[in-house]
Design a binder for this molecule. Sequence first.
Ligand SMILES: O=C1O[C@H](COP(=O)(O)O)[C@@H](O)[C@H](O)[C@H]1O
Length: 257
Amino acid sequence: MAEIATEKAKGKVQVFDSEEALTVSLAKYTADLSDKISKQKAAFTVVLSGGSLIEWLRKLLEPPYIDSVEWSKWHIFWVDERVVPKDHEDSNYKLAYDGFLSKVSIPAGNVYAINDALSAEGAADDYETCLKHLVQTSTIDLSQATGFPKFDLMLLGMGPDGHVASLFPGHPLVQENKKWVTFIKDSPKPPPERITFTFPVINSSANIALVVAGAGEAHAVNVALGNSQNSDLLPVQMVSPEGELTWFLDKEAASEL
Ligand SMILES: O=C1O[C@H](COP(=O)(O)O)[C@@H](O)[C@H](O)[C@H]1O
């Protein structure tokens, strides 16, 4: 693993020789954080992305982590979700359930899926209401600095266009600064209807892992971490948490750096 020196705002950047090595390190990072936070609080709040991220969490499903992680403390949220039934192939919940959640002992009541019976707008409002309730009951922390919820760990993927969550380049939603959760009906990546956390919520996180592998993402990684002078920021360039930002890149994703 090589660590790349960048400005502090860009976070800690780690480049792995292979996707396999990345998954080993991501599991250790996540398990160490789970350990630390589980000793301090009743809940470890974890926000998942969809896409390849779930596959990259696979080492957590193996010893030693499968037995040593205090899964009962985990509370699971989604940074974005497609407005489709939970058993639909496009559902981020289904992806996470099939590939991860069904294999660990996180209590079912700690898994906060969207209400798939609602419209995009209704599902976003409903999810925001759920988050507000969990802040009131102190399951989720509140950032004293921003007044937005402060999750312990956000595991973010990135698309080849530099999108994170369902916040796409050039879309007005990237500027949303009041809502916690919003909706999109014209996502450039199918399916078109989604809900998504907003940047103020993403950036209030205590820890963000930005996990990117594959040559298709190399250009956007270079824009984010290289010396690009573009004035229109890609969404990934707007990720700037209150806490720590750690990049997990494989060498293909880092190939243009
Ligand atoms: O549509 C989405 O795409 C991004 C990136 O996914 P990937 O397949 O390129 O890894 C993902 O982070 C997001 O949660 C998802 O809804």
